[in-house]
Design a protein around this ligand. Structure first.
Ligand SMILES: Nc1ncnc2c1ncn2[C@@H]1O[C@H](COP(=O)(O)OP(=O)(O)OP(=O)(O)O)[C@@H](O)[C@H]1O
Ligand SMILES: [Mg+2]
Length: 253
């Protein structure tokens, strides 16, 4: 039975998608069968994993709206054991289409149930909001991984996320665990990065993962080539850090 990890933080641009793509790729290169679910209408995980965003391509949207079988929608990638359940910009309409549906938080969970036995890991890239798509991701997941950009307002965003989380656990997914808080875009030359990292570790203790992702321009370049960093520049510091993250996540079991 695959482990489902949602990657979420309502704050934009903190490294959710970069982490989703590269953790998924890292796990696949370690021999695990992995499904990367792109639950963000922006579709950055889809294109970053090398899947062209064709207007005609069926996507997570079709599964959520029409109940299309996820098994028929997943697409292979250049990495043998990595598949993607692609996004489409019409996913943005889900919020409205399911506004009156009482069961709206459980749709993704239902869709993934039929395929989770085929994968070791299912990684869900959530959009930067606490709307229905993120709630679906968190309801479907066994655990939550929170990328946090090491900058001044980092702590505030996390407090808000954790408030939502305790409500969600009460009402929708009592078993949801914290996989970890991941410091991203760490810049060792600045005192600010170091100070924020220390604050987070003081406050959240061992929930903060050992692995720290540095700011690394190769990580920012890779998506435009449709490649995970581990293929684009495996010797870069970015690749090294995501490989370390992969090992830490595997250790968690
Ligand atoms: N460690 C890093 N070093 C340098 N650039 C990075 C790093 N991580 C991410 N980036 C870049 O920062 C931008 C935001 O990253 P990313 O898309 O992963 O964040 P996100 O949280 O998914 O954003 P959104 O909230 O819009 O979905 C991207 O251009 C990405 O390439
Ligand atoms: Mg993203």
């Amino acid at each position: 039975m695959g482990k489902i990890i949602a990657i979420a933080n309502q704050k934009g641009g903190v490294g959710k998608t970069t982490t989703a793509i590269n953790l998924a790729a890292g796990l696949a290169l370690e021999g695990k069968k992995v499904l990367l679910v792109d639950a963000d209408p922006q579709g950055n995980a889809t294109s970053g994993a090398g899947i062209e965003k064709l207007p005609s391509r069926r996507s997570l949207y079709d599964a959520m709206i029409s109940g299309d079988s996820v098994r028929e929608l997943v697409v292979p990638t250049v990495i043998e054991k990595l598949w993607v359940l692609p996004s489409h910009k019409n996913l943005a309409g889900i919020e409205i289409e399911f506004a009156d549906d009482k069961n709206r938080a459980n749709i993704l969970k239902g869709l993934l149930e039929s395929i989770r036995e085929y994968f070791h890991y299912i990684i869900i890239d959530c959009p930067p909001s606490l709307g229905i798509l993120t709630v679906n991701g968190l309801t479907a997941a066994d655990s939550l991984l929170v990328p946090i950009q090491t900058e001044y307002f980092a702590l505030e965003g996390v407090t808000e996320l954790f408030e939502t989380l305790s409500r969600l656990k009460r009402e929708l997914n009592p078993g949801l665990k914290i996989e970890g808080l991941l410091l991203t875009m760490f810049d060792e030359r600045t005192n600010l990065s170091t100070a924020v990292a220390k604050d987070l570790r003081d406050f959240y203790g061992p929930q903060v993962l050992r692995t720290v992702i540095p700011r690394n321009v190769r990580l920012a370049e890779a998506p435009s080539f449709g490649k995970p960093i581990l293929l684009y520049d495996p010797k870069s510091r970015g690749a090294e850090s995501y490989f370390q993250l992969t090992k830490e996540i595997i250790e968690h079991g």
